[in-house]
Design a protein around this ligand. Structure first.
Ligand SMILES: [Zn+2]
Length: 371
C-alpha cells in the first residue's frame, strides 16, 4: 500500500470519467490548489459551500472532488473580506485542492445519471440525450499461430472487440510473416542475420479510442515477439453514444405511486408532479440537475414520465400540453453522487493499492425547506 499523490487519484478518476465527456463550455478539472502533494483523505461533495470547506478543514482533507464547480463564472477579484474570497482563502491556507467533475460525471457510464436510474429501479436503461460518440480504432496484430488464442484472449479481456452486447469479437486470417533479425536482437523465432518465414495469423479487432493503450499493452504482454508488428487505423464507424439522462422501464404503476417511490428512493421530502396521478407509467426518463431543455427528448423517446430538477413554470405547461408527465424532486437529488463516487473511487484506489480514505461530505447543501 502506498499513499498516492493528487495526480494519481485524479488519474484514476479520469479513467472513469474522462474530461472530454463534458459538454462544451463546462468548467471542470482542478479549480483551486494543487495536486502535486500526498493525498490521504479525499472528500466527495455535491456543492462547495463555506460549511463544506469547514468540514474539509475539520476532517483534514487534502482534496475535494465536487460535482458543481465552485468557480463557474470568471472571477474578477479575490477579496478575502467577501464570502467567495474568504472561501478561496480558507482552501488555499489549508492546502485543500478542489477538483470539479460536472457534466463529464453526468455523462460517464456508471456516473450521476446511472446512479439516479439505479435508485429509481430502471431496467434496460439507455442514454436519453446523446452528447458524445465514442471514437473507434481498428487494431490489427500479426502473431505466430501458437500464440493466437493467448493474444485474442488478452485483447478481449482488455475491452477490445465489443460490438453491441458481444465481447471478444475478432477476425483471424492466416499468412506468412517474414523478417530478418538484425544485430543486437534476441528473436523468439529465427537467427540473427537470417531471413525467417513464419506461419502467422492476422488478428483484427475493434477498440474504443479510450481503451487503445490498455488493449495494446495487454496484447504486447501476451505476444511472444521482441518487436510486435501491429497497425492501428482510425475508423468512421460510430461507437457507443454516451450522454445525459437515462431512459428505462419499471413495472407498471401509477404516476402517483411512482412519485412516492421517487421521494423515498431519492430521499426527498416532497416532489412536484405534472400530470394525472392516475396515469399508468412504465417508461421512465431521468436526468440529474436542471433538465428543462431536454423534456422533448423524453417525449420523443416515449417516456411516460420524466424525472428532473428545476422545472420552470413554462416548461411544465409545454410538457402538459404535449401529454408528458413530469416529476421534479429538485436539483439536490444529485447528492446520490456523493455515495456513488465514494464507492467507485474507493474500489479503484483499492485495486491500485493506494492507501487513502475517501468519504462523502455530510453537509446537506439543499437550500430549500418545505413549510
Ligand atoms: Zn447539477
Amino acid at each position: 500500500m502506498k499513499i498516492p499523490n493528487g495526480h494519481e487519484i485524479i488519474g484514476l478518476f479520469e479513467k472513469f470519467s474522462p474530461k472530454n465527456l463534458a459538454v462544451e463550455g463546462d468548467k471542470i478539472g482542478l479549480q483551486i490548489g494543487r495536486l502535486n502533494k500526498k493525498v490521504e483523505r479525499v472528500m466527495i461533495a455535491l456543492d462547495v459551500l463555506e460549511n463544506v470547506i469547514d468540514e474539509a478543514i475539520e476532517k483534514d482533507v487534502q482534496l475535494i472532488i465536487a460535482h458543481h464547480p465552485p468557480i463557474f463564472r470568471p472571477l474578477k477579484n479575490i477579496m478575502t473580506d467577501t464570502i467567495p474570497g474568504r472561501m478561496i482563502e480558507k482552501l488555499i491556507k489549508n492546502d485543500i485542492a478542489v477538483y470539479a467533475a460536472h457534466t463529464n460525471l453526468d455523462v460517464a457510464k456508471g456516473g450521476v445519471n446511472d446512479w439516479l436510474a439505479e435508485a429509481l429501479g430502471l431496467e434496460g436503461t439507455e442514454v436519453l440525450v446523446p452528447t458524445f460518440d465514442t471514437k473507434l480504432k481498428k487494431l490489427v496484430i500479426f502473431v505466430p499461430v501458437s500464440h493466437a488464442d493467448q493474444v485474442r484472449e488478452a485483447l478481449g479481456n482488455a475491452g477490445a472487440g465489443f460490438i453491441g452486447n458481444y465481447s471478444h469479437c475478432s477476425f483471424t486470417g492466416a499468412g506468412t510473416g517474414r523478417f530478418k533479425p538484425g544485430a543486437d536482437t534476441n528473436p523468439y523465432i529465427g537467427k540473427t542475420g537470417e531471413l525467417e518465414a513464419v506461419e502467422e495469423v492476422r488478428i483484427e479487432t475493434i477498440v474504443p479510442e479510450t481503451l487503445v493503450k490498455k488493449a495494446v499493452t495487454a496484447m504486447i504482454k501476451a505476444h511472444p515477439y521482441e518487436e510486435v508488428a501491429y497497425d492501428l487505423y482510425p475508423l468512421d464507424n460510430k461507437g457507443e453514444a454516451l450522454g445525459l439522462g437515462r431512459i428505462g422501464k419499471i413495472a407498471q404503476t401509477t404516476l402517483g405511486e411512482f412519485a412516492e417511490k421517487v421521494k423515498s428512493a431519492l430521499d426527498v421530502e416532497r416532489v412536484r408532479v405534472i400530470g394525472d396521478l392516475h396515469d399508468k407509467v412504465s417508461k421512465v426518463a431521468v436526468l440529474g440537475g436542471d433538465g428543462n431543455k431536454y423534456f422533448s427528448h423524453a417525449k420523443f423517446k416515449g417516456a411516460d414520465v420524466y424525472v428532473t430538477g428545476d422545472i420552470y413554470y413554462h416548461t411544465a405547461h409545454d410538457a402538459m400540453m404535449q401529454g408528458l408527465n413530469m416529476i421534479d424532486p429538485g436539483h439536490n437529488v444529485e447528492k446520490v453522487m456523493k455515495k456513488g463516487l465514494t464507492k467507485t473511487l474507493q474500489q479503484m484506489c483499492q485495486d491500485e493499492g493506494y492507501q487513502v480514505e475517501i468519504f462523502p461530505s455530510e453537509v446537506d447543501t439543499n437550500p430549500f425547506k418545505y413549510v
